[in-house]
Design a protein around this ligand. Structure first.
Ligand code: AMP
Ligand code: MG
Length: 345
């Protein structure tokens, strides 16, 4: 065979192979999967074979379904709902995943002096944010509330009060994001971002080989997601979670608002100066729990707490006294990429 013809044929075959490979893979794939009453958004940086992608999506579906099956209070057949319905003081066996999250939840309850409390479920219902209506008086409800009234022993949970009920919503989304991140990493993709309802894990770098840049939204009620960005941050191999009073709230007849975050000490919605707080940590479950806790504590107590917990960085967006603007305050090392100190509401 003519040498030139042979080289030409090899080039055509190589090009064909390259095009075939390209057609079989997706560049920087990005998709959403429904979960926990919201969506899980995932982006991978790099080219991923379609077959691998389909397998990965299946694994993520399974991981998310497992988390939901443990920790959703919105379905009756989940582990948490069965525990909540179990009005007995006998040990109730739970799965290792449920036990892992409960162990963290109780550790954060102790570390935050009860600002975080997984037993707030009857209060969440009472204030109209939960799956059930609770008509009992606040004093009656408080008898069954308190993180010291539930114990975790050898993968069983034991109630001290038969009506004690758990709500892990302040930590479960973060745990779910950690689980998805783990599945993605274990499948050989170090560069990715995963988000569920504002809780995020960013691995490695973005499709431009830079740090992942994330917008922290302005905590103004009624805005669409991401409509107004307060500040942007750049992270890599970190988790980030945000809590606030601007998305999930109710309005009283006098026009005042109250949010879904409950102060377990009073049994009432938290009334701190924090409009929103974003926390960065190694694990999303931890960032999630701390963000909720800081909303309860308020900025002054919250900053003191953070001084003793340097493994967390936080950005507080605070209601200012005039009621028309926000101010912000961040711990040292919070990875801000563009700073705006004040913006109008
Ligand atoms: P997050 O959006 O992560 O701040 O979680 C808020 C959700 O956690 C609420 O909708 C309640 O279901 C639950 N919750 C409210 N207050 C507390 C609290 N003080 N500690 C733990 N969970 C809470
Ligand atoms: Mg939280």
């Amino acid at each position: 065979m003519n040498k030139k013809l042979l080289i030409g044929m090899i080039c055509v075959l190589a090009l064909g192979g390259f095009s075939w490979f390209k057609a079989q893979s997706v560049a920087d794939p990005s998709w959403a999967q429904a979960t926990m009453g919201t969506e899980c958004h995932i982006t991978l940086a790099g080219s991923v074979p379609k077959r691998d992608l389909a397998a990965l999506r299946k694994k993520i579906d399974t991981a998310l379904a497992d988390v939901n099956h443990c920790m959703s209070t919105w379905q009756a057949d989940t582990e948490i709902s069965k525990f909540n319905a179990f009005q007995s003081l006998e040990p109730f066996p739970i799965s290792p995943a449920f036990a892992e999250v409960m162990q963290s939840a109780l550790a954060f309850s102790a570390a935050t002096d009860g600002a975080f409390d997984p037993t707030v479920k009857p209060l969440v219902d009472h204030w109209g944010f939960g799956p059930a209506a609770d008509e009992e008086s606040l004093a009656e409800i408080m008898e069954a509330v308190g993180w010291q009234k539930v114990r975790l022993e050898n993968n069983t949970l034991i109630k001290d009060h038969p009506e004690l009920e758990l709500d892990l919503s302040a930590i479960a989304k973060g745990y779910g994001v950690d689980c998805v991140a783990e599945v993605i990493r274990a499948s050989g993709h170090p560069d990715f971002i995963v988000e569920i309802g504002g809780e995020i894990v960013a691995g490695g770098t973005n499709p431009s080989a830079k740090l992942w840049r994330i917008g922290i939204e302005s905590p103004e009620p009624g805005r669409a997601f991401g409509e107004e960005i307060f500040q942007t941050v750049e992270i890599s191999n970190k988790a980030m979670a945000t809590s606030g009073d601007y998305r999930n709230f109710r309005v009283r007849s006098d026009g005042t608002r109250y949010s879904h975050i409950i102060d377990p000490h009073t049994g009432k919605p938290a009334m701190s100066d924090v409009a929103a707080v974003t926390v960065i940590a190694a694990r999303c479950m931890d960032a999630d729990a701390v963000a909720t806790s800081l909303c309860v504590m308020g900025s002054e107590k919250g900053f003191q707490w953070l001084e003793n917990h340097p493994e967390f960085q936080a950005l507080f967006i605070l209601h200012s006294n005039d009621g028309n603007t926000f101010t912000s305050k961040a711990t040292a090392g919070f990875p801000v990429s563009e700073k705006q100190n004040r913006i109008g509401k």
